[in-house]
Structures are given as C-alpha cells and as structure tokens.
Ligand binder design. Structure first.
Ligand code: PLP
Length: 440
C-alpha cells in the first residue's frame, strides 16, 4: 500500500520568504481584509498549496469554496489559455461572442429555477449576482420590500450588504443602506429540533403582521444551505413553506447559491436536496473554478427587463465563460458524484473520530459543504468561538488549510476533486488538533 501524501512543513511558519511577502502585503494592502493564518499561496495543484518556502499544505478551503475543480485543473487551465489566446474581452453587454452564447445555453437548460424557458444574466461576483437579483425582483414585482435571514451573508456591495445580516463589522460605518430590508430567523435545527421550521416561519408571519405587508415585498432571499452563517441545513419543510408563502403573496423566492451551488453539496444545485425551486437563482464562486463570474437564472417571464436596464462591462467575460463551460463539463463528468461520495466519507470519518468529543455539538452538511460545530458543553450548547479559532490555527500549524464559518463552526469546503485519501488525511489532522487543544 502506498503512503498517503501528508502536509510537508520544511520551515517554521511563516518561513522567511513567506514572511517577506506578508510584510509587503501588510504594508500596501487594504487593512479591511480578514487573514486567518499566515499563509502565502505560491502554487496550487488539486487540493495542495505550496508556499514560497516550499511548505506543502492540504487545502480543504478551496479559496473559500471557489476552486471547485481543484487548483489549476489542467483542463480548466487549457480552456483558459485557449480562450485567452483567441479573445480576452469584448463586453457581452454590447456584443455577441461564442462562449457567452454557449454558457447561457448551458445554464438555461439545467433546470435551475421554476418553470421552463430560462434566461441568464452574467456579472463578475457573488455580490453582483445578488445585486442583479434585487433589481430584477424589484423591477418585476414593482415592489421594494426585501427579506433576508439572520446570519446570512449575501455580499458587501451596498444592495447585497443590506441583505447581509452576518456580522456588524461588515455594516458599521457604511450606512444608510438600502431601505425596505427586513430580517427573519433562519431555522436552527440543532437548538430548536422539530420546532425549527415553525419558529422560522413564525418570524416571517410576525413580520407580515407588524412590520411590512406581504404585498409590498418583492423578494425573499434565502440560502437553501446557509453558508457563512455556519453551514446550516434547513428542514425541507421550511423551504416548502417558504415557497408556499411566496406563491401566496406573489413574492419572488430567490435562492442565493453563490456558495452552495455548482456541485458543492453533491447536487448541481443545493435546492435539489429539497426539490423546492426558486424563481431566481444566484450563482458565483465555484462556477468558473476561480475565474471571476457571477450569474443569475430566472424564467423568461421574470427576466423580461428591457435593453439598457441592467448590464456590466466585464460580466460574462470570455475567459471566465470558457472556464465555466469546462468546469460544468467536469462537474457533470463525475465531480458532482465525487462531491456526494466524499461528503459521505467525510461525515462518517468525522463521526467516528470527533463526534464523541464533548465540545463537538454537531457534524452536518451535504456533500463537500460540511461543518463541525463547537460548543463549551453539550447541555448549554454555548458557542465556543475561541476553540474554533484556536482549532483553525492549530490545523494550519499542522499543514491543514481550513476555515471557520458562523460564530463557532469549522467548515470543510474542499475542491470537488478531493480523493478518499485526502479526506482521510484531513480528518486525521483535524481530530488530532482538536484532541490536542481540548483533551477529552
Ligand atoms: N452569497 C453567498 C451565499 C456567499 O457565500 C458569498 C460570499 O461568500 C456572497 C454571496 C458574495 O460573493 P462575492 O464575495 O463573490 O461577492
């Protein structure tokens, strides 16, 4: 049997070359960025990152759930190179070009949203997809009200930020944000069990009784698996009731699958776990394996805004479209199945290695969108942010790149190409780090 590949640390962290680059970045980069550990990524291949000092790290963050086909997948690199040599930019808002036509056709025929005959709008990022969805929902309904959920992250541009209700630092000092936005409670199955759906729906009903008439609400924005909020899997019944509520009041149901979409959860779209379809779907992150691209999909009857009403110079850039077409080919060619299978393996290994630990409250997720929630004890379920942060740092010191999500959870969001052996090594390091930090 061959030896499993493990992280290889040749220097203290950060090593000398790494430290130099960090110092330069710290001197010149905006201090608004959030750097969790002293990594400088010099090269990436699959699930492995090498730093400038030659240290090799196993990466289960994938550039925050973006490099769906792994770092520098050779077929994606070839598609990018070929397109870059042919046409880098033309502006899809004013001109036709083949790859944008191909990609819009592909995305419009995946059954992404409710109804038939779908249309696609391209932007450059998740936030831009959310902005486009806000504008489309308002334009289509003639209403201005918007609802999103507590703990949700929808992006940092002013419209998307208005929906975001994740951390106050993201909003502090930037107001006034767009008016007409209200927040409801997302289900919390860990703490509310069978009552989770009822509690979340009650907050919406209260809102409609006391805060805003449903007839003034353009859209409800919901992540069918909440990402930055902690990788929370809502009950199927919640999504079904949300759909029914939207149908009853003529409200657009927008699913933000910027993080959960494109195979990450073991299905092309995360809503497929429930069968509940949105009116508008937001996509970005994993769609183009790391090239900047965002998209929204809606049925033609919804996306009927006139020429000039919305556009973006770089949106649907040819190189990004070529990367997305190759990414989707690879997803359909086996990576979605791998995401499902490796996700099952991951949760089984976490169950056997850490579920008995008294500070682990829950292991949850679908596919390769899986989290471990950490608490001070299992009776109070008090969130243990410190342990989470320490664990991220300890994993890094052992060569495992992993990030937190929510206040007190750790997320596994590796490339969908990850192998069974890499999952084994990642969970071994994770368990070792946890038991070192908090001996049970
Ligand atoms: N929506 C969700 C669900 C996200 O997770 C994110 C980013 O983490 C965004 C929107 C914003 O995406 P971007 O950072 O590409 O603007």
């Amino acid at each position: 049997m061959s030896e499993l590949r493990r992280p290889l640390l040749k220097t203290d962290l950060p090593g000398p070359k790494t430290a130099k680059i960090m110092a330069r970045s710290d001197r010149y980069l905006s201090p608004s960025y959030t750097i969790d550990f002293p990594l400088v990524a010099a090269d990436g291949k699959g699930c492995w990152i090498t730093d400038p000092d030659g240290n090799e790290f196993l990466d289960v963050c994938a550039g925050i759930a973006v490099t769906s086909t792994g770092h520098c997948h050779p077929e994606v690199v070839a598609a990018i190179q070929e397109q870059a040599a042919r046409l880098v930019h033309m502006s899809g808002t004013d001109f036709y070009y083949p790859v944008q036509a191909q990609l819009s056709h592909k995305l419009a025929t995946l059954g992404a949203v409710k109804g038939d005959d779908h249309r696609v709008y391209f932007g450059n990022s998740g936030a831009e997809a959310v902005e486009a969805a806000i504008k489309l929902a308002r334009w289509k309904t003639g209403r201005s009200g918007l609802i999103s959920f507590f703990n949700a992250f929808h992006g940092r541009t002013l419209g998307a930020l208005s929906l975001t209700a994740s951390k106050v630092i993201q909003k502090k000092g930037f107001g006034p944000l767009i008016p007409g936005v209200h927040n409801a409670y997302y289900p919390d199955p860990l703490r509310h069990g069978d009552e989770a759906t009822a509690k979340a729906m009650a907050s919406l009903h209260t809102m409609f009784e006391r805060v805003i008439a449903p007839s003034e609400v353009a859209a409800i924005f919901c992540e069918p698996l909440q990402g930055e909020g902690g990788y929370i899997v809502p009950p199927t019944r919640f999504l079904q009731e949300l759909r029914a509520l939207c149908d009853e009041h003529g409200i657009m149901l927008v699913f933000d699958e910027v993080q959960a979409g494109m195979g990450r959860t073991g299905r092309m779209f995360a809503w497929q776990h429930s069968g509940v379809k949105p009116d508008i779907l937001c996509l970005a992150k994993g769609i183009a394996s790391g090239m900047p691209l965002g998209a929204i999909v809606a049925r033609a009857e919804v996306m009927s805004w006139p020429p000039g009403s919305h556009a973006s110079t770089f949106g649907g850039n040819p190189v990004s479209c070529a990367a997305a077409l190759k990414t989707i080919e690879l997803l359909e060619g086996g990576l979605i199945e791998n995401s499902e299978a490796r996700g099952v393996q991951l949760r089984e290994l976490l169950q056997s290695s850490v579920s008995g630990h008294p500070r682990v409250a829950e292991i949850r997720g679908h596919g390769l969108m899986t989290a471990v929630e950490l608490v001070t004890d299992r009776t109070s379920l008090k969130r243990d942010k410190q342990l989470r942060n320490d664990l991220v740092g300890r994993c890094f010191s052992k060569g495992l790149l992993i990030l937190g999500c929510g206040q007190n959870s750790i997320r596994f969001s590796p490339a969908l190409t990850i192998s069974a052996d890499e999952i084994t090594v990642a969970t071994e390091i994770f368990a070792e780090a946890l038991y070192e930090l908090a001996p049970a």
